[in-house]
Design a protein around this ligand. Structure first.
Ligand SMILES: *Cc1c(COP(=O)(O)O)cnc(C)c1O
Length: 393
């Protein structure tokens, strides 16, 4: 092994682990940042004799630091890095086989729904959508053949909160694995494995990378058996993260705690502004005391995250709203230093059929906001200006 490890890492707070976890100091040179091992293969010392690495699809030292780092942050036995969040999720879904059924929470990420509906279904892996965030509903939905539940909390774009511990308890009683997409929270705010989940997946593209400059995915698993199977699938399918992108993601994670604190602070300020706005009919943010997810969110997460959605009252021109924003960009994605806004029904959730969209409450007037790290006062001014400018009555 080239990399050193910090001994007894468990004693460190997460603010420390984001910087020192994974064994980031290069033992060969003392470099405080992990070198980018931009190599496809590794010279072997003799037949069957290598120094821990053979070929970079199977393992790469830069990627390994990232994988150990995310495993430490989520409190799992092993971490895996992929070329995108969807590559990570697809590799996890490849743990299942024909005849297996996956339950998914409603409002699951559009791409996750699409890969289940248009790809894995063709291989005989079925899915069903849960009707609510009620554990009793989960219990009723677990029929023979259900092997896993895949959930997001808070779930995009209505920020519905699921009680991960209660869901895990029900699922485990029925021998069902629990997979949590923790992209919206990051391990700084919520650690699903500690709440009972078996597998955590991430789009590293969002808060973990944090700068909207890379696409990446991560997986962390709790038990050794699943870790072995996932290591096999990662190598067999091959959707791995490249060394340079692994380096960028490690660099992003170093500032995760300070960034998340500020993202959350800005989200709270914007939520307060939106609640008080006479133009806004509804605000979805589990950090608000009035939100249905508030209590569960407080119980299972350090903060309610930084994503929020809202609806403008009738009498506003949505096109004009988006065009009037100066600072906040209309774009897919979230979790970067710059504030982004999107229109779920035509953008992130367009791949979900209209009837399902309507059923779960993704209306055409819904707007999703990812507050960045700018001044909250500037962001509020920008939103206020665009909201006023979009009035038609
Ligand atoms: C973006 C996202 C994904 C997909 O990740 P990519 O990196 O874009 O492939 C999965 N889940 C959630 C919650 C996301 O926001």
């Amino acid at each position: 092994m080239v990399m050193s490890q910090i001994n007894d890492r468990k004693q460190y707070a997460i603010e420390t682990t984001v910087i020192h976890g994974g064994g980031q100091i290069d033992e060969a040179t003392g470099a405080v940042n992990v070198p980018i091992y931009q190599t496809s293969t590794f010279k072997q010392d003799g037949l069957g004799k290598n120094r821990g690495y053979e070929y970079s699809r199977t393992g790469n030292p830069t990627r390994k630091v990232l994988e150990d780092l995310i495993a430490e942050l989520e409190g799992g036995t092993a971490g895996f890095a992929f070329a995108s969040g969807m590559a990570a999720i697809s590799t996890v879904l490849s743990l299942y086989r024909t005849g297996d059924r996956i339950l998914i929470s409603r409002n699951v990420y559009g791409g996750t729904f699409r890969v289940l509906d248009k790809v894995f279904k063709n291989f005989g892996i079925e899915y069903s959508i849960l009707g609510s965030e009620d554990p009793a509903d989960l219990e009723r939905s677990i029929s023979d053949g259900v092997k896993a539940i895949l959930l997001e909390s808070p779930a995009n774009p209505l920020m519905a909160v699921t009680d991960i511990a209660a869901f895990s308890e029900v699922a485990h009683r029925k021998g069902v694995q629990v997979i949590v997409d923790n992209t919206f929270m990051t391990p700084y705010l919520q650690r699903p494995l500690e709440l009972g989940a078996d597998i955590v997946v991430h789009s590293g593209t969002k808060y973990l990378g944090g700068h909207s400059d890379l696409v990446a995915g991560l997986v962390v698993v709790k038990d050794k058996d699943t870790a072995d199977r996932l290591a096999f699938l990662q190598n067999a399918i091959g959707g791995i993260l490249q060394p340079f992108d692994s380096f960028l993601l490690i660099r992003g994670i170093k500032t995760l705690s300070v960034r998340m604190d500020r993202h959350v602070e800005n989200a709270k300020r914007l939520a307060e502004y939106l609640v008080s706005s006479p133009d806004v009919s509804k605000v979805y943010y589990p950090g608000l005391g009035s939100d249905p997810g508030y209590e569960v969110s407080r119980k299972q997460a350090k903060e309610a995250g930084a994503m929020l959605s809202f609806e403008l009252k009738p009498g506003h021109d949505l096109n004009r709203f988006f065009e009037s924003l100066e600072l906040i960009s209309l774009a897919e994605s979230l979790g970067g230093v710059e504030s982004l806004v999107c229109h779920p029904s035509t953008m992130t959730h367009a791949s979900i059929p209209e009837d399902i969209r309507r059923e779960v409450g993704i209306t055409d007037g819904l707007i999703r906001l990812s507050p960045g790290l700018e001044s909250a006062d500037d962001l509020i001014r920008d939103l206020d200006n665009a909201i006023r400018g979009s009035r038609t009555a």
